[in-house]
Write a new protein. Structure first.
Length: 305
């Protein structure tokens, strides 16, 4: 697939989602239902399918990619914490900026970009990269949200973390067990799992478009631009360093570099229920970084692949 086609393939579902939201065909209720369907149902099936159909010889790359993700998240969070010390903002806005720097849209957009430019193998490695997204996201997010005082985390937050990671671990465990045992799924069941797996990325991109609320930027567009550019350049540097120190094959290294420049994660708002984080700053950063990513995709394709 050439670069132009790959870029269009990523952008078109996002644009369609944005149009449907703008026209009023889809609202917050539909966007929430779609997101829950993806996270709780089609995404675990996609993870299972990816591991079940993977070559077991790729298992070391799965470990390496998971490690690369954890290192990238911790490194960017650390950089964000250092930057936050010098920002002339209140605590809530500082936390918002740090979260926006620390958490990238590695799944929602990263998977689509990896698949479009690197094919099914690229998608498989991108899934490996984000296998343990939820436990890392919640632990690092809790560290940021509590200003480093993890002892203040409530039991409810602990239960939320457990509930979020269980589907991932079940999908990973079931995929590995089925693959290692050479289990052959009935053809109709395998095709059904494949169909749900194939629809996951387009639905994710469509949901990203539904979340692009330009009317909510207000006067925070300057902060959004500054945060977005900071995340891009810090991520780019961290990505190159990781590919130099972690043992990755060429495809995995390319995926890590691509993931390193993804926009701000759209799932940061789930932390609002537990921590005081400025929502408007997060929203501005998500919207602007996503738009900039779409614009910069041709450059990233030439520089990173």
């Amino acid at each position: 697939m050439n670069a132009a086609t790959a870029i269009i393939r990523v952008m078109l579902p996002v644009i369609l989602g944005f149009i449907m939201r703008t026209w009023g065909s889809f609202g917050a209720k539909e966007e929430s239902a779609l997101r829950h369907f993806v996270v709780k149902f089609s995404l675990p099936l996609m993870i299972f399918h990816s591991i079940y159909t993977a070559n077991l010889a790729e298992f070391p790359q799965m470990i390496a990619m998971s490690l690369a993700f954890a290192v990238m998240t911790v490194a960017l969070a650390g950089a964000g914490l250092l930057i936050g010390r010098w920002l002339p903002y209140g605590a809530e806005r500082k936390r918002a900026v740090i979260c926006a720097i620390a958490f990238g849209n590695y799944g929602w957009i990263g998977w689509a970009v990896a698949e479009s430019f690197l094919g099914p193998v690229g998608l498989s490695r991108a899934i490996f990269f984000t296998l343990f997204w939820w436990p890392v996201f919640y632990v690092v997010g809790a560290f940021i949200g509590t200003d480093g005082d993890l002892r203040s985390i409530s039991k409810e937050m602990g239960h939320r973390i457990a509930a979020a990671v269980i589907p991932t671990f079940v999908a990973v465990g079931a995929g590995l067990a089925a693959n290692a045992s050479s289990l052959t799924l009935p053809s109709v069941l395998f095709q059904t799992v494949t169909d749900f797996s194939n629809m996951t990325v387009p639905l994710i991109l469509f949901s990203v478009g539904l979340q692009l609320r330009l009317d909510r930027l207000g006067a925070l567009y300057r902060i959004g631009i500054a945060v977005s550019l900071t995340r891009f350049f810090l991520g780019l540097g961290v990505g190159w360093i990781i590919t130099a120190i972690v043992k990755l094959d060429p495809t995995s290294a390319a995926v890590v570099r691509v993931e390193s420049v993804m926009p701000v994660a759209t799932v940061i708002p789930v932390l609002y229920d537990y921590f005081e984080i400025d929502q408007d700053t997060v929203t501005a950063s998500i919207v602007i970084s996503t738009i900039l990513t779409m614009v910069l995709l041709p450059i990233w394709a030439k520089v990173l692949l």
